[in-house]
Design a protein around this ligand. Structure first.
Ligand SMILES: [Zn+2]
Ligand SMILES: [Zn+2]
Length: 175
């Protein structure tokens, strides 16, 4: 969803308020593909503060289904979008990207809301996702969800292979 900024840019002091729906149905990144389970239209306020500087404010919420780190069950995880940025439209696109921690959601004279939401989700990606604090995870032998009760595998010390899988998961997130 693109917002054309050219009319705001042409009048100093002009403000534009919009309700923008989030069109993505899933969040796609190198972390994987995660379905959007809840979304609200975003409140977008764009103000021309003069000298071709725009203040962009975006507020809203998007929830994604992320797998629990231990049992892999989907956990609805809310991402709060609350961004306020001043963008100097005088600078070239290249400089702008360098200056303002990679503002890649403004191209030419339009603001790409989906890209902005994508960035915000990535910035706020949780370090860990648990369906509940004391999630027991799944048995590394039979795959049973141990939250539903013990499995019939013999009790033994935690399987090092399972720890390795968890490590891979957490490394994956740091990328
Ligand atoms: Zn869990
Ligand atoms: Zn088992």
């Amino acid at each position: 969803m693109l917002i054309d900024l050219s009319d705001i840019l042409s009048v100093d002091g002009k403000t534009k308020e919009l309700k923008m729906p989030v069109s993505m149905d899933s969040f796609e990144s190198k972390l994987g593909s995660f379905p959007v389970v809840e979304k609200q239209p975003l409140d977008v306020v764009i103000t021309n503060t003069g000298k071709k500087v725009l203040r962009i404010e975006v507020k809203g919420k998007v929830s994604l289904a992320l797998p629990c780190d231990r049992c892999l069950k989907d956990v609805a995880t809310e991402f709060e979008i609350d961004l306020e940025k001043e963008v100097d439209m005088k600078t070239s696109e290249e400089d702008r990207i360098k200056d303002l921690d990679e503002i890649n959601y403004i191209t030419g004279c339009s603001l790409d809301i989906e890209q902005l939401v994508h960035n915000e989700i990535l910035i706020h990606w949780p370090m860990r996702v648990l369906c509940k604090e004391d999630c027991k995870g799944i048995c590394s032998h039979c795959g049973k969800d141990l939250n539903e009760g013990p499995c019939s595998c013999e009790q033994e010390s935690p399987d090092p292979r399972m720890a390795a899988i968890r490590d891979i998961f957490s490394k994956f997130k740091e990328v």
